[in-house]
Design a protein around this ligand. Structure first.
Ligand code: UDP
Ligand code: MG
Length: 318
């Protein structure tokens, strides 16, 4: 029996990419045509583009081993939602996501497939360098990842991108996740499975300007933090404990030195100083209580995300 040919889905989120669509598609087809041993479905997710992107996509055509599909979203939902829509639509045995702006080298698609054939269930594109990226983005991500990994204990891979391949089994698990506020990369990392990596040089954007502005990047960082970790909720609590500890030390000192020993060092603590210590204590108590509430909120958060308790790769009967 002939081995069934694998179907590979290529998912491309598109937001206002009129200028790059044609160029991107022809670059992509050049690569796909050479991989005759596979079938491809290219899924363009039009994320509410305000320009002619949709018209452009509708004019595209596939080829001998490749179909083209469009998922047209009703408005701009953001790249993360667009990717999710693409993953939910894809029917391939493996799914590859990449940007329409030409920053991710399509020539590497065969390498991704190769690693997948070699047993990796997730193949992640890692940016080797940040040429063409703005100052904020370059240094922002340098700061963000170590801070995130340290503070949350969740291992995010620095410089990892949305240029990735996921196996059908990963896509099926991903589709089961129901949380709304999502960072696709983070969720896929959370799912586990066997990872492999491919390093590549991100190219400068071919056309147009990146749609991720500084504000959006900050939003992305905050979203990543709050969607994958409840640690920020506990900051108030730790600060509170710190203030309480200080007030205990100071208060204890005043009590012993002035009240019990009758001020042998002649410090003469004023009422204001004592009031200060009392206020420090109260602020500490309030903040600690907020930290406590944070712990409950964290539980509500984790329950409401309805993440699966565990993820099974397969069960094996022997
Ligand atoms: N994109 C999208 N919806 C958005 C913003 C961007 O689908 O709201 C797409 C965009 O068309 C591109 C990819 O996501 O294919 C990455 O966008 P961009 O190049 O602006 O981001 P960056 O390269 O800076 O991460
Ligand atoms: Mg880009």
């Amino acid at each position: 029996m002939a081995k069934p040919i694998s179907l590979i889905s290529i998912i491309v989120p598109v937001y206002n990419e009129t200028e790059s669509i044609d160029w991107f598609h022809s670059e992509l087809l050049k690569v796909l045509y050479k991989l005759t041993q596979y079938m491809f479905e290219v899924i363009y997710v039009n994320d509410g583009s305000k320009d002619d992107s949709l018209t452009k996509i509708m004019q595209l055509s596939g080829g001998k081993n490749c179909n083209v599909q469009v998922v047209d979203l009703s408005r701009n939902f953001g790249k993360e939602a667009a990717l999710s829509a693409g993953i939910a639509t894809a029917t391939g045995d493996a799914l590859i996501s990449l940007d329409a702006d030409g920053q991710y080298p399509v020539e590497l698609i065969p390498d991704f497939i190769e690693k997948w054939r070699g047993g990796a269930e997730i193949v992640i594109g890692i940016r080797a360098s940040n040429q063409g990226e703005g100052f904020v983005k370059r240094y922002g991500s340098k700061l963000f990842y170590p801070a995130f990994n340290k503070l949350t204990g969740v291992e995010l891979i620095p410089r990892s991108t949305d240029f990735r391949l996921i196996d059908r089994i990963v896509a099926d698990e991903f589709n089961k996740l129901t949380e709304n506020n999502r960072i696709t990369r983070g969720l896929i990392d959370w799912l586990g499975f066997r990872h492999d990596f491919i390093e590549f040089d991100a190219k400068p954007r071919q056309f147009g300007t990146p749609t991720y502005t500084f504000k959006k990047l900050v939003q992305l960082a905050v979203d990543t933090f709050t969607s994958l970790s409840a640690v920020p909720l506990f900051f108030a609590g730790y600060t509170g404990l710190f203030f309480m500890a200080i007030s205990f030390v100071l208060g204890g000192f005043i009590l012993i030195e002035q009240v019990i020993l009758n001020d042998p060092w002649h410090i003469h603590f004023t009422g204001t100083a004592m009031l200060g210590v009392l206020i420090t204590f109260l602020v500490g108590a309030i903040l600690s209580a907020q930290g406590l509430i944070g712990m409950y909120v964290a539980r509500v958060l984790s329950e409401s995300q309805r993440r699966p308790l565990y993820i099974v790769r397969k069960t094996i009967k022997l």
